[in-house]
Design a protein around this ligand. Structure first.
Ligand SMILES: *Cc1c(COP(=O)(O)O)cnc(C)c1O
Length: 223
């Protein structure tokens, strides 16, 4: 059973997506809504699946390892890792996730390329100077792209970034714009950018995947 609150919030988010897409002259069908379910129990993912969501973002390999066994019967669900991945957890991550959005080094790419089945990846780019943020530096991107393109098991979907946190959505715009320019330079079309508070701006700047947690599921407790 899904709670009515989620259905209402999902309708609101879809409306916001449509409005932003219309403003940018884009089709909402070209924007993947990735439902970010970190910290929430497996039951919330089931509720969202019932409402039609198919792509789910999780941050922690270990946390999702606990939920995954409860979700085996959702045939069309695709799980994306959107949190930092340490090389020593790459094997486990490959068992759990269909998409890894946080590839940030040739070394990690090499580890993921040991996968038995093809895996979709995004390269995380660090555009913020915050110490806590991960990702490849823009000046290292061309080299990373080249090494991922040399990995037959990895399907390179695009770039991903997390701008510095700010209340003011407009302040994310230059970061989104930079990510798009970087992607063009290396011939990639996928752009994973934008969260609950700034996804409209991301859509205006070309996002093809927005990662939305709070606007769908409400405030998270700290993990
Ligand atoms: C938690 C998280 C999100 C979702 O953030 P909200 O503000 O709750 O929408 C998106 N992307 C990443 C990488 C996250 O860690």
């Amino acid at each position: 059973m899904s709670d009515g609150g989620l259905a209402v919030r999902l309708a609101e988010v879809r409306e916001r997506i449509s409005t932003a897409a219309a403003r940018a002259g884009r089709s909402p069908d070209d924007i993947l809504l990735l439902a970010v379910t970190k910290v929430f129990p497996a039951s919330v993912i089931r509720d969202a699946y019932e409402l039609g969501l198919r792509d789910f973002g999780e941050n922690y390999v270990q946390e999702f390892e606990g939920k995954a066994p409860l979700l085996r019967d959702l045939p069309e669900a695709r799980f994306h890792l959107i949190g930092h991945l340490q090389s020593n957890k790459s094997r486990k991550a490959l068992e759990l996730f269909q998409v890894i959005q946080t590839v940030d080094s040739p070394r990690l790419a090499g580890r993921l390329n040991e996968s038995a089945t093809p895996v979709e990846v995004y390269l995380e780019v660090k555009l913020s100077t915050e110490e806590s943020k991960h990702g490849a530096l823009p000046e290292k991107l061309a080299e990373l792209v080249e090494s991922v393109r040399g990995c037959p098991r990895l399907k390179l979907a695009g770039l991903m970034t997390i701008p510095p946190w700010t209340e003011e959505a407009a302040q994310s715009r230059p970061y989104f714009n930079t990510l798009r320019e970087l992607a063009e330079r290396v011939n990639l079309t996928g752009l994973s950018m934008g969260m609950s508070h700034d996804f409209e701006v991301a859509i205006e700047e070309g996002a093809t995947c927005i990662r939305v947690g709070t606007a769908l599921f409400g405030k998270r407790r700290k993990p």
